[in-house]
Design a protein around this ligand. Structure first.
Ligand code: APR
Length: 311
């Protein structure tokens, strides 16, 4: 393939992302993990599925970084996932150290890559990756909104018994309890959901979306969601690799947009070959804006906590 994507972390999210990238034949894939044998074993297993899945993506698993050189995209999933009772923020100290180290390793070998951050707490890890890579803000992007809006879309489709393909949804803000699902901008075949459901049902779906990650954690008990997070990261990667210029909600480093400065926060962006090619500013109601600012305050708190940490 003429494109290369490195996935750091060959755990649940990383290995699933590698599988989707290869099976969509988007690129060659380098899978890196700290555990000896795991990335090698998973890459080989995926390569052995290739004749059946009918793709020619080349897969390499490794504990070193040399094979990652000159990647177009690096997806960072390294870190520890949540266990029941933990919030994403409980992962801060451990994952900050891991994300800093792996970002330095990949940034020096792939100076032109776009980084897609998946490790949690997402918005804080984006700050760590931006600092550690010294990449321009357009090339450090957090995966959150695509996942949160996919969850909202799935719940809308279940509620109305319609195809998920007919659903569109928008979720702004941080990837946490303060995320801001926007029913006004969520629709089924172009019809706003506010025309199709009672305010009470919409509120119930919004609440379930906000709690979507925790719902999976409480069911799995030993880890957090990975099928949908991997799909979301791969949708972002595809838009960049193919220069599709999709408008997707992603965590972007804002410098004044939406009245927010020097913070990663989930907003609609245009994703193309240059990474974030545009931050789309949509008009928010006073209530929506207040929710977004509250979400930004929560991200600011984590950013300040990071500044106090030695990692
Ligand atoms: N370098 C490379 N890989 C590492 C490092 C490191 N320094 N530290 C940990 N890892 C690897 C682990 O060995 C493990 O294989 O990261 C992988 C994480 O995989 P899982 O434990 O299966 O976690 P996963 O469910 O994939 O979640 C990863 O994404 O959604 C977020 O909150 C989630 O932060 C978590 C991350």
């Amino acid at each position: 393939m003429d494109k290369k994507v490195t996935v750091i972390g060959a755990g649940n999210v990383g290995a699933t992302a590698a599988q989707r990238l290869a099976e969509k034949e988007l690129c060659d894939v380098v899978l890196v993990d700290i555990i000896e044998g795991v990335p090698q074993g998973k890459a080989l297993d995926l390569a052995e599925a290739a004749p059946i899945e009918k793709h020619d993506a080349h897969l390499v698993g490794t504990n070193a970084y040399d094979a990652s050189a000159d990647s177009d995209i690096v997806i960072i999933t390294a870190g520890i996932p949540r266990k029941p009772g933990m919030s994403r923020d409980d992962l801060l100290t451990t994952n900050a150290g891991i994300v800093k180290k792996v970002t330095q390793e990949v940034a020096s070998r792939s100076p032109k890559a776009t980084l897609i951050i998946v490790s949690n707490p997402l918005d804080a890890m984006c700050h760590v990756a931006l600092d550690a890579s010294r990449f321009p803000k357009q090339r450090v992007i957090g995966m959150a909104g695509v996942l949160d809006s996919a969850r909202f879309r799935a719940f809308i489709a279940m509620e109305l018994n319609v195809s998920v393909e007919n659903t569109h949804a928008f979720v702004l803000g941080g990837h946490g309890d303060t995320m801001v699902p926007l029913p006004r901008y969520s629709s089924v075949a172009g019809i706003p959901i506010t025309e199709l459901m009672t305010p009470e049902r919409i509120e119930a779906l919004v609440k379930r979306t906000r709690n979507g990650g925790a719902e999976i954690v409480s069911l799995l008990k030993t880890g957090s969601a990975y099928y949908a997070p991997a799909s979301a990261a791969v949708e972002m990667a595809e838009s960049i690799l193919k220069d599709k210029k999709k408008i997707l909600p992603c965590a972007a480093y804002l410098q004044g947009e939406y009245g927010i400065k020097d913070l990663f926060i989930g907003v609609p962006v245009k994703l193309g070959a240059g990474g974030i090619e545009q931050v789309i500013e949509i008009k928010l109601t006073a209530e929506e804006n207040a929710a977004l600012q509250k979400s930004a305050a929560a991200v600011q708190e984590l950013k300040s906590a990071l500044a106090q940490l030695k990692y």
